[in-house]
Write a protein that binds this ligand. Structure first.
Ligand code: ZN
Ligand code: ZN
Length: 266
């Protein structure tokens, strides 16, 4: 499985570490799996060329916050008419309802689920299956729980006998961690860590994770399972990196930025 972190920041921001392009550094959540599947479509999706966007068959949504969907309507508009089949977006019913009611409502943006026709639209909105995993593009996808105060989920993605659990946005969610720890072929957990420890109260109020909660829950995982730290809020990246690097010494930890890729096994 190849994961391109087109966007993995908890916000947007132009400054960058040495060697990184400022305009590309902090883009919001959009991960591309094996070139044809996206997890979320935040501003990271705008890194793709038009031909790369055309190749995307499925968009797996975790929730409908803007930093995770901002480029979905724009992307569908960009490639309108260039694909023979619709792009399929998948989500929880409550997430798809937000898209229908508040984004693709012919006021904020055209309803691309009926354009050019309801029979052959550019986009379809699809509920995740409830009777088993979603199987698309050689991937097996299971929804996982998330505690974000709105309809939201994590995703377990399996390919080639290895799995990665993506938390999506969430506060501490015991069910997510116990489910992840029970996955026999789990290779990595991509966990959001929005805040450093000094902002623990803000993390609690906004239902996000801060460093100590990530460290505490990661202890539930076998030591061969890597942590991928994502959704760091702009301006806090170095502090989060320093705190996690000090506290987690028993497993591999990755801190990707927009534009990085990981290929499993790593
Ligand atoms: Zn969110
Ligand atoms: Zn977010």
């Amino acid at each position: 499985m190849k994961i391109d972190f087109l966007g993995c920041s908890g916000g947007i921001e132009g400054s960058a570490p040495a060697g990184r392009s400022p305009s590309d550094y902090a883009r919001s959540t959009c991960y591309r799996i094996n070139d044809t599947v996206l997890i979320d479509a935040g501003t990271g999706a705008a890194r793709m060329s038009m031909s790369e966007m055309v190749r995307i068959e499925h968009i797996l949504l975790t929730h409908a916050h803007l930093d995770h969907i901002a480029c979905l309507p724009l992307m569908i508009d960009t490639i309108a008419g260039l694909r023979k089949t619709p792009t399929l977006a998948w989500g929880l019913p409550g997430v798809l309802k937000v898209l229908r009611d508040h984004i693709l409502n012919d006021a904020v943006w055209p309803d691309f689920t009926t354009i050019p026709s309801a029979e052959h639209p550019f986009l379809t909105l699809n509920d995740y299956p409830t009777d088993g995993p979603l199987r698309v593009e050689g991937l097996e996808v299971h929804t996982m729980t998330a505690d974000h105060g709105i309809p939201a989920c994590g995703l377990l993605v399996r390919h080639g006998g290895l799995s990665v659990a993506f938390s999506g946005d969430t506060g501490p969610d015991e069910q997510f961690w116990s489910a992840a720890a029970a996955v026999p072929d789990l290779h990595a957990v991509a966990i959001e860590c929005s805040y450093p420890n000094r902002e623990a109260e803000l993390a609690r109020l906004s239902k996000h994770m801060h460093v100590d909660e990530v460290v505490r829950h990661a202890r539930l995982l076998p030591p061969h399972v890597a942590l991928i730290i994502v959704h760091r809020k702009p301006g806090r990246e170095r502090e989060i990196l320093a705190q996690i690097s000090t506290a987690v010494t028993d497993r591999r930890v990755e801190f990707p930025v927009s534009g990085d890729s990981l290929t499993l096994p790593f």
